[in-house]
Design a protein. Structure first.
Ligand code: HH2
Length: 289
């Protein structure tokens, strides 16, 4: 099981100071806990009724072994309507501010440069952009602030993306886009990037499975790869479980499959279930030599 690192030019909790910048390193597969402070996210919408409840949830995720907690203020599920910058900021900023100094690496899940800049000013450490830094200003923000970025592939907008699932060459387009965006971001001064195929974003269930199978091709580019399958509808389809919140064991199975294909991070709702499953999987690999 290899070691993965993310470099930041700004202090990052748990990171070691090196001549290159602050290096956050982990062995095996790191867990990113999902914390949606939205009324309408597909599985945890409305779960954290107040900023204080969200802060407690973030702390519980970190205590359970999450490497990073990902805070989102806009649902990007298929068909979701966009929210304004003000609404998104009102949702995420109080939680980020309250977590400052907690020692938890925080990423902010946003497509908007204004939200990203405000979140970084409030104490967030990493940008997670489901639109894959398509807005050049998002690259600017990450470069100027010196923070790592998660680059995810999607097509179009959440509202209409499931009408855009015709690909001439699925893996070529998804992995090619991610590689180009990584090179663009690094050339502009973003200190490090994570690549994410964007399961469920303008993809059918079969296409999500094809991307998971092809993951080693993406991993071979040399950047850390994140996979986010948690509770998604294709996991429901694979497992036959209709209710998203009941899909945690099935999500673990998909994430172990991704781990076996080289994923360095998994983005999950149920942190304890993933931490124990991954620790067991890693111990087996270790003992198997
Ligand atoms: N999936 C979702 C949101 N953000 N970010 C990355 N990097 N990768 C993902 O797969 C990903 C993501 C959608 O899931 P969720 O946050 O649970 O739901 P919603 O968009 O409804 O808030």
């Amino acid at each position: 099981m290899g070691v993965t690192s993310l470099i930041s030019r700004r202090p990052l909790p748990g990171a070691e100071q090196t001549p290159e910048g602050y290096r956050l390193s982990w062995r095996g597969v790191g867990v990113m806990g999902v914390l949606n402070v939205t009324p309408d996210s597909f599985s945890d919408g409305g779960q954290w009724g107040s900023a204080e409840a969200a802060v407690q949830a973030a702390k519980a995720m970190a205590a359970a072994g999450a490497l990073i907690v990902d805070i989102g203020g806009e649902s990007t599920r298929p068909g979701a309507e966009p929210v304004s910058v003000e609404v998104e900021c009102d949702r995420v900023l109080p939680v980020i501010r309250a977590l400052e100094g907690s020692g938890i690496p925080i990423s902010v899940d946003t497509r908007r440069t204004e939200v990203a800049a405000a979140a970084l000013a409030a104490g967030a450490h990493i940008i997670n952009d489901v639109s894959g830094l398509r807005d050049p200003q998002m690259i600017q923000v990450c470069a100027e602030k010196g923070v790592p970025a998660v680059i995810m592939h999607m097509r179009g907008e959440p509202r209409t993306m499931q009408q855009q699932t015709d690909y001439a060459d699925l893996e070529g387009e998804v992995f090619g886009f991610l590689r180009e965006q990584a090179e663009r971001a690094l050339a502009a001064g973003v200190p490090s990037v994570v690549l994410d195929p964007g399961l469920g974003f303008a993809k059918t269930a079969e296409q999500n499975v094809a991307l998971l199978k092809a993951l080693p091709r993406l991993v071979a580019y040399g950047y850390p790869v994140l996979v986010g399958a948690s509770r998604k509808s294709f996991v429901g389809k694979l497992s036959g479980i209709a209710v998203p919140s009941e899909r945690d064991s099935a999500s673990v199975a998909v994430h172990l499959f991704a781990a076996s294909r080289g994923a360095a991070l998994v983005r999950v709702h149920n942190v304890p279930a993933h931490v124990s499953a991954l620790a067991t999987w890693e111990a087996l690999h270790h003992d198997a030599g």
